[in-house]
Design a protein around this ligand. Structure first.
Ligand code: FAD
Ligand code: A2P
Length: 276
C-alpha cells in the first residue's frame, strides 16, 4: 500500500490568513510551543504580538492575542502557549500537529519593543509563566545586544518544569555560533539568567518582586542595585504581577514609557484574567 498523507484536520485553508504548523513541542501538561509558516508580507518588531486562532463553530474564527516568541529575522514564527483545559482556543490548539493549519492575522502590535525604551547599560526582562514569550523573541534578536551591554532574564514560575522552555533557549543562545561571532567569545556573560520557582523546591526560589526588593538578585549576579541611569526593564505577566513589579521599578526611580514616549520601562499583560 502506498502511504497517503493525512488530510489537513482543519478547514482553515478555506479562510484568509491560514498558516501551516511546522513543529510542536509539549513542555508540561500545561505548556507547549509550536512553529508555523510566516506570511511573506509579515514584518514585526521583536516583542510584538499578533492574533492567532482556529476556525470555530459556524466558521467564525476563535482568535486570541499571542506574543511572537521567535525573532523578527526568523523565516518561521514560534509561539509559546498555555493549555487552558476548558479554554475556547487552547483546549483545541493544544492538539495541533505539523501539517495542520491555524489562522494568523498579520497585524503585529505591542509595547514590549526596544524603541519604547531609552538607551541604557542593562536591560531586564521580568516575566512569569508564558510572559516569557516576547522575551524569547527579543533575546534572539542581535539588536537587543547591540543596544545593551547586558541583558538579564528573570523568569518565575510555580514549578521547575515550567522553566524548561526558557532555560533551554537561554542555554542555546549563550553558545549560539552566530551571536558569538557577532559579539565575541564573551557573549555568554552578557546574557544573564535568573530563573526561580515559588511553589516547588529549586536551585533559586522566590517571587521576582521579592528578589528585587531584597537585593538578592543583584547580590547573586554581582550587579549594582537597579537605577535609572543604567537600567531598563520590560515586564510581562499577570495583571497582579505587572502592577506589583511596576511599583518596585518606580521605587528604584524608573518611569514607565511607551512607543510614543520612550522611558525606562514598559509593561504588557501576558494574559487577561486571574490565571489558571
Ligand atoms: P481564555 O478564555 O482566553 O482564557 C481563560 C482563562 O485562562 C483566562 O481568564 C486566564 O485566567 C487564563 N489564562 C489565559 N491565558 C493564560 C496564560 N497565558 N497563562 C496563564 N493563564 C492564562 N497566551 C499564551 O499562552 N502565550 C502568549 O504568548 C500569549 N500572549 C498574549 C499577549 C497578550 C497581549 C494578551 C492580552 C494575551 C496573551 N496570551 C498569551 C493569552 C491568550 O490570548 C489566551 O488567553 C490564551 O491562549 C488562552 O485562550 P483560551 O481561549 O483557551 O482561554
Ligand atoms: P506565587 O507562587 O508566590 O503566587 P500564577 O501561576 O499565579 O500566574 O503565578 C506565576 C508565578 O508568578 C508564580 O511563581 C507566582 O508566585 C508569581 N506571582 C504571582 N503573582 C505575583 C505578584 N503579584 N507579584 C510577584 N509574583 C507573582
Amino acid at each position: 500500500d502506498i502511504p497517503v498523507a493525512d488530510e489537513p484536520k482543519s478547514t482553515a485553508n478555506l479562510m484568509p490568513d491560514a498558516q501551516i504548523v511546522t513543529a510542536v513541542r509539549h513542555w508540561t501538561d500545561r505548556l507547549f510551543s509550536f512553529r508555523v509558516t510566516r506570511p511573506a508580507s509579515l514584518r514585526f518588531r521583536s516583542g510584538e504580538f499578533v492574533m492567532i486562532g482556529l476556525p470555530g463553530e459556524g466558521g467564525k474564527p476563535i482568535l486570541r492575542a499571542y506574543s511572537i516568541a521567535s525573532p523578527s529575522w526568523d523565516d518561521e514564527l514560534e509561539f509559546y502557549s498555555i493549555k487552558v483545559p476548558d479554554g475556547p482556543l487552547t483546549s483545541r490548539l493544544q492538539h495541533i500537529r505539523p501539517g495542520d493549519q491555524i489562522i494568523l492575522r498579520p497585524k503585529p502590535v505591542g509595547t514590549l519593543v526596544l524603541d519604547a525604551l531609552l538607551p541604557g547599560k542593562r536591560l531586564w526582562f521580568l516575566a512569569t509563566g508564558t510572559g516569557l514569550a516576547p522575551f524569547a523573541s527579543l533575546m534572539r534578536d542581535p539588536e537587543t545586544f547591540e543596544r545593551y551591554e547586558q541583558v538579564v532574564m528573570m523568569h518565575t514560575c510555580r514549578e521547575a518544569g515550567e522553566l524548561d522552555y526558557g532555560r533551554e533557549l537561554v542555554g542555546s543562545l549563550r553558545h549560539d555560533p552566530l551571536l558569538s561571532e557577532m559579539f565575541g567569545e564573551g557573549f555568554a556573560e552578557r546574557l544573564l539568567y535568573y530563573p526561580t520557582t515559588t511553589r516547588e523546591q529549586g536551585a533559586r526560589m522566590g517571587r521576582i518582586t521579592d528578589n528585587l526588593t531584597s537585593g538578592k538578585v543583584f547580590a547573586d549576579l554581582g550587579l549594582p542595585p537597579m537605577n535609572p541611569a543604567e537600567d531598563r526593564a520590560m515586564v510581562c505577566g499577570s495583571l497582579a504581577f505587572n502592577v506589583d513589579v511596576k511599583a518596585v521599578l518606580e521605587g528604584f526611580g524608573l518611569a514607565e514609557g511607551a512607543n510614543s514616549e520612550p522611558r525606562e520601562f514598559v509593561v504588557e499583560k501576558a494574559f487577561v484574567g486571574e490565571g489558571i
